[in-house]
Design a protein around this ligand. Sequence first.
Ligand SMILES: Nc1ncnc2c1ncn2[C@@H]1O[C@H](COP(=O)(O)OP(=O)(O)OP(=O)(O)O)[C@@H](O)[C@H]1O
Ligand SMILES: [Mg+2]
Length: 588
Amino acid sequence: MTDRHPEKTASTISTLSDLAKLANYSLMDTLNADPDARDDGADHAPRQVFTGHYVPVSPTAIKDPEYVAHSKGFFSELGFADSMAKTTDFIRLFSGDIAQVPEPMRKVGWATGYALSIYGTEYTQQCPFQTGNGYGDGRAISVLEAVIKGQRWEMQLKGGGRTPYCRGADGRAVLRSSIREFLAQEHMHALGVPTSRSLSLVASKTEQVQRPWYSENSRSENPDQLILEAVAISTRVAPSFIRVGQLELFARRSRNYAHRNAMAELEQLVLHLIDREYAEVIDSQLTTPEKVVSLAREFRSRLMALVANWIRVGFCQGNFNSDNCAAGGFTLDYGPFGFCDMFNPNYQPWTGGGHHFSFMNQPNAAQQNFGMFCLALKPLLASHQNSLLALDEIQREFPRLMQTQMDNIWAAKLGLSTLSTPDQKALCKVLLSDLETLMIQTPVDYTIFYRELSSLPNDIRSLKKSFYPNSALDADAEALDQRWTEWLENWKTLLNYGINANDSSHRSSDEISRQMKLVNPKYILREWFVVPAYQQAAAGNYALIRELQDVMTQPYAEQSQDVEDKYYRLKPTEFFAVGGLSHLSCSS
Ligand SMILES: Nc1ncnc2c1ncn2[C@@H]1O[C@H](COP(=O)(O)OP(=O)(O)OP(=O)(O)O)[C@@H](O)[C@H]1O
Ligand SMILES: [Mg+2]
């Protein structure tokens, strides 16, 4: 008999005590604490951490916390009662006060160290001690690991106060950047892109910090003033927060014989990563070298799928360093990110990010991070020649497999996934290359173009909704229209091959359109939608945050006419090149 009221029978977590009962601290219980750490968790001054996988540290609560938002969808997935989000206990914990949490929750959190590589080059200069020992979670503090509905989740406060890795900074995040990250994580999940998730967002009514930022309508590349902004804590959740940079830290120590335990700590961390992120796909009976090789293969698949999906939805991470690359293969750190409005392969919202982390170069950036990941695994295979060779082969194959992933993503975006013969695939490549040229020359809005195409238009009229005004081309407007019309005809021809390709998978036009609309979102979190939301929030009005939560958690749905009028739009001309709207310098 089917249960007509599953929500009533599923056990609901309604109080912090219910949640506390699910606490299960695998990282603290199986990895090593820094032996130099303070016993009371009040470890807030920058210092070097030489050994151990984590530093026990308590968050510093923000003053006069006020509930801003929580993720209803994620609450429901976790079986959390919606009402819990506004309870005093919940807000207290997720605004950084863990002194009164119910047992068996612990009254201390943890921060982890990690190394940094930028596009395949190792750095230690960013560490205040120039050694790498003072770099890691400077303002992110995990407060809980819990097994919920059979899945392990780690909950981490971003902006939770200073840790030994704070490098002299304040350990805080401002409301503006916290709103961006809070909205973006749930949007990405709804887009079907693996990501850390948003649990809650709490702001301080009285505590502020100073940040460089842009004056209104500033066209300057970098912020032109210092402003005071309210601090906030957003809580993000993931199976783990282990980063590629974290493995690198232990591998570098092992390579440099930094201490007696370095190799053992690397191995412990890698096995812990497998438990946390890959237990379902890597057989626990394998030997360690076999596990390491499988790990590389599995991470490679996830990473390739991740960046292919980023490009599918128009997302640019902006700062895809190894320390912002989650070893579980999901999106992490929504600081300098942006969704591209006008298509530009070199789109880069972060002024410090450079071409190497720009939109269409993300597969190469991923390859560089994957190279650092493999390098970090190598010390564990030093006396296993065959495993080393297998690892090299896995690394060598990255560019070819990544290209295949990208070909598949483009084919899906164009509704051409069923093309099978080499000739048809070659035609698809030509079509794509012509499209890219046209998209740049016109120029077009990336999201609106693919969404309009998904309705299989008969002529280019509806596609023109995605065209940005371009006075330079006015004289050639007719010629450009003609090229678009030819392109559309060529595309239709290929689409018909696809339709007729295989009788057993015969797809009607409606079916193709439906599938394309599940690949090409209608709504994306454009920066100029978020700006008024955080501006209003700074004045205590959170209504726009809720509206964006609603709209952006159903990005493939048509939604109402009102929503369409407001959110399915070209970026207004006056917003181009404006600091904070079109580009950001720092995100914190
Ligand atoms: N206000 C701050 N106080 C202390 N540390 C900070 C602060 N801002 C950034 N950091 C630290 O500087 C490093 C680089 O910053 P980045 O912008 O990548 O981090 P983030 O956005 O805080 O990080 P995450 O990767 O945890 O989402 C990180 O180790 C981060 O913890
Ligand atoms: Mg970061």
